[in-house]
Design a protein around this ligand. Structure first.
Ligand SMILES: O=P(O)(O)OC[C@H]1O[C@@H](O)[C@H](O)[C@@H](O)[C@@H]1O
Length: 259
């Protein structure tokens, strides 16, 4: 049913890059923030400026992870250590949290001015899953999840949300740890083996694999099918419409929302 093995009762969807085209919005906001920071840092330390690679470095160190982990893991990869600071740090602060807050200002500005594009195949899949009686949760590292679900009208298909806010309030480990997906399955009272994970990020498919979920679907929007497989996806599709058996749909007019 719906491209899933027998026995699956719940679908756990990542948001950015799976349901909405916001992975690209996040990547652009990360680039804006990191390039500004790296320019300042290289001038101060007398080293050449090397811009953030919004493809390779985003995919390897930032994509799918909670905000502060993304900052920390990228800086570590560049050999840079900053103090952690606190969640209240202003966006100008040279701390992990300060840079995270600076990126959040950039992503929220982009979401509000550019709007959010919903993948039509994902909207159709959510609707089909609802009709088939499957439980449906969104499991995202983003603290902006509720706003994105609201502006796109996707909130009505979603029964449970485990997001960046839940990670903070419940003290969960973010992806690639499986905690957020496990928390969503638990809310439905469904064993991980009876839940399917839908993920576009390497960190996300790793979380699905290490949590021993029944099926891990890698969603490849950027040509990283081999990486998704290597990190634990059982199958890789380019669009959820492929699981409905109808191939990748052409984008429909009126598919741009929140503008
Ligand atoms: O900064 P936010 O909105 O809390 O999001 C954290 C992360 O959420 C993930 O869903 C995105 O893939 C990342 O790009 C993003 O950085």
């Amino acid at each position: 049913m719906l491209g899933l093995p027998t026995g699956i009762q719940a679908c756990l969807f990542d948001l950015d890059g799976v349901l909405t085209d916001t992975a690209a919005v996040h990547a652009a906001a990360w680039k804006e923030m990191f390039d500004e920071f790296l320019r300042e840092y290289s001038a101060r330390h007398g080293i050449p400026f090397r811009p953030f690679d919004a493809r390779a470095e985003y995919d390897a160190y930032v994509d799918g992870k909670p905000r502060a982990s993304g900052v920390r893991d990228f800086l570590t990869a560049r050999g840079i250590t900053l103090p952690e600071g606190t969640a209240e740090d202003p966006p100008a602060a040279m701390t992990v949290n300060g840079l995270g807050n600076r990126k959040n200002e950039a992503v929220q500005r982009r979401i509000r001015t550019e709007g959010v594009h919903v993948f039509e195949g994902s909207r159709r899949y959510l609707r089909a899953a609802e009709q088939a009686g499957l439980r449906r949760a969104v499991v995202s590292s983003s603290a902006n999840t509720r706003e994105v679900l609201d502006v796109t009208g996707l909130a009505k298909y979603v029964e449970e949300i485990v997001d960046g806010v839940t990670i903070r309030t419940e003290g969960l480990r973010g992806k690639p740890a499986p905690d957020t997906f496990l928390a969503a399955a638990e809310r439905f009272g469904v064993a991980p083996s009876a839940a399917a994970v839908f993920e576009d990020a390497l960190a996300g498919v790793s979380a699905g694999r290490s949590g021993h979920f029944g099926h891990v679907i890698g969603v490849d929007r950027v040509g990283q099918a081999a990486g998704l497989k290597a990190h634990g996806a059982d199958v890789v599709v380019r669009d959820l419409a492929e699981l409905l058996g109808s191939g990748v749909p052409a984008e429909l007019p009126g598919d741009l929302e929140g503008e």
